[in-house]
Ligand binder design. Structure first.
Ligand code: PGA
Length: 252
């Protein structure tokens, strides 16, 4: 079954509005290669400006987080209504920085994910083990817990409604990419679990991205793995040149 490769840039808290706009413009000048999809996720205050740049392009706009309510007393949160106004069609939920620096639990992440679905925003659920968990042989146990609890109570009509990103915490921002074989093994495990949570047909449609120090030198081998359907890129997405070479990776 065909899963369109998604090359996604997570700009985290690295850009000002002016820098984000500039970066979006520089990425948007190149056509998106046929059969691929591109997404960028700027900080919330830059969503409107970047959304305006991307409006006439096929590049998708994503938020880095999302609240499950559209209005109310939720200081510091981002309403799905505002995301829609900015033109965002996706929202990252459960990024490891949210989990580890801001103590977001699987239960909270599940609320965010279900909120996104209610507003027809595609949630991009990030999961991944720490180095200590990998060394303890607990990788699959951790991924299973994050997937089952993150997706609790969710029913899907199609696997296109959600995206998963496997991002081993030890590979994020460290320059240490998981080997293609390590990543493939984790992705295959996640897909079979998704088959159990939903059904096999839906699991075949769900895109599972790899994230963690992806760069122009590693992307082709990562994308050559059977269960890897794209990349969530942090550092290497902050310069137009390197993100463009990731977008235009050569199929092996
Ligand atoms: P990195 O970040 O590419 O800088 O490792 C990836 C991510 O956090 O999504």
């Amino acid at each position: 079954m065909e899963r369109t490769p998604l090359l996604a840039g997570n700009w985290k808290m690295f850009t000002t509005v002016a820098e984000a706009t500039e970066l979006a413009r520089a990425i948007a000048v190149e056509p998106v290669p046929p059969g691929r999809q591109v997404m960028v996720a700027p900080s919330a205050p830059a969503l409107n400006a970047v959304g305006a740049v991307l409006r006439a392009t096929p590049i998708a706009l994503s938020a880095q987080n999302i609240c499950w309510e559209e209005r109310g007393a939720f200081t510091g949160e981002i309403s799905p209504l505002l995301l829609k106004e900015a033109g965002a069609t996706m929202a990252i939920v459960g990024h490891s920085e949210r989990r580890h620096l801001f103590a977001e639990s699987n239960a909270l992440i599940n609320k965010r994910l279900r909120g996104a679905l209610r507003f027809e925003i595609i949630p991009l659920l990030c999961i991944g083990e720490t180095m200590a968990e990998r060394e303890d042989n607990a990788t699959e146990e951790v991924l299973e817990k994050q997937l089952r609890q993150g997706l609790a109570g969710v029913t899907l009509k199609s696997g296109h409604q959600i995206i998963i990103a496997y991002e081993p915490v030890w590979a994020i921002g460290t320059g240490r990419t998981a080997s293609a074989a390590q990543a493939q093994k984790a992705h295959a495990f996640c897909r079979s679990l998704l088959g159990d949570i939903f059904d096999k047909g839906i699991a075949q449609q769900i895109r599972i991205l790899y994230g963690g120090s992806v760069n122009p030198a590693t992307i082709a081998e990562i994308m050559a793995q059977a269960d890897i359907d794209g990349a969530l890129v942090g550092g290497a997405a902050l310069k137009a040149d390197s993100f463009l070479s990731i977008i235009h990776y050569k199929t092996l």
